[in-house]
Design a protein around this ligand. Structure first.
Ligand code: ATP
Length: 272
């Protein structure tokens, strides 16, 4: 029998401190999720339910997975990640059983964040032949999230989507993913953190980080990685010619900026 094999099960070590910028996102996460979880008596006094999950949504490559991991770190929880699109294609006919197994694993590993990526895959406009199957997958998910007794204690369900308009509305009702956090392209401090991350272990010289941050408005995390990779290739090509490592400089970055453009314009347009 094939196992569920979530991509990762480790106590998460990164926290929101590691997430650059995105002050509003962090504040929302604190107010709607982390702080009530940390102060259950106060939450109870205000009839704020601690059940249900948190849905991160926004354009691709903007750090939703990274933020989910940071939330796990804040909770001192393990991080279990499952991509629902994979679940559906791999587990055709046994998706429900495997969703159950995934939740069982999270319960065993509690405290654990169960991160359901591409949650839109189980909803939206599918063919009617598929939709019967998807309906029972959604129902299984709802059942697992509701849990019985206190079996979900210490299990935090987070989900992410690039296509919030495709998320099954049953998943958005109170007690389900009723807390939604919009994760937009990285702001300046976030871009600085991401650029630093990708330049950290590479030879660099005279990189004007502040300027780069200004020149990359609208770039996703993935775009920034692409940009630094492209600049690195240019410096490497020169180095290979001379047989001497020539560090990445601003000129390489400028040339890379001519080739790499922000990828999420279309997302922003379709979300409007
Ligand atoms: P998504 O899940 O939205 O598709 P992602 O979580 O896969 O995105 P990217 O946005 O592609 O991640 O970011 C790639 C890497 O850049 C992350 O794994 C993380 O190390 C780093 N990163 C992203 N956003 C930030 C941030 N705000 N601060 C610091 N590092 C970041």
């Amino acid at each position: 029998e094939e196992s569920v094999a979530p991509t990762e099960v480790t106590k998460e070590s990164i926290t929101l401190k590691d997430v650059g910028g995105l002050a509003q996102v962090k504040q929302r996460i604190h107010e709607s999720f982390l702080d009530p979880m940390a102060n259950p008596e106060i939450a109870k006094a205000f009839k704020k339910s601690l059940r249900g999950g948190l849905l991160l949504y926004g354009p691709p490559g903007c750090g939703k997975t990274f933020i989910a991991r940071a939330i796990a770190g804040e909770l001192g929880a393990s991080f279990i990640s499952v991509t629902l699109a994979d679940v559906l294609s791999k587990w055709l006919g046994e998706s429900e059983g495997n969703i159950h197994k995934t939740f069982m694993e999270a319960r065993q590993k509690a405290p654990a964040v169960l991160f359901l990526d591409e949650i839109d895959a189980v909803g939206g406009k599918r063919s009617s032949q598929q939709s019967q199957h998807l309906r029972s997958v959604v129902n299984q998910l709802l059942m697992e999230m509701d849990g019985v007794d206190n079996q979900n204690e210490g299990v935090y369900v987070l989900a992410a989507t690039n296509m919030p308009w495709d998320v099954d509305s049953a998943l958005l009702r109170p007690g389900r993913f009723d807390r939604m956090v919009l994760v937009l392209p990285p702001d300046e401090p976030a871009r600085e953190a991401i650029l630093q991350l990708h330049l950290r272990d590479r030879p660099i010289e005279g990189i004007d980080l502040e300027k780069l941050v200004r020149l990359t408005d609208g770039f996703s995390g993935a775009d920034l990685q692409h940009l630094t990779d492209t600049a690195a290739e240019k410096a490497m090509a020169d180095s290979l010619k001379t047989g001497q490592v020539r560090p990445i400089n601003m000129k390489d970055m400028q040339r890379a900026l001519k080739e790499v453009k922000p990828s999420i314009g279309p997302w922003m347009d379709s979300a409007r």
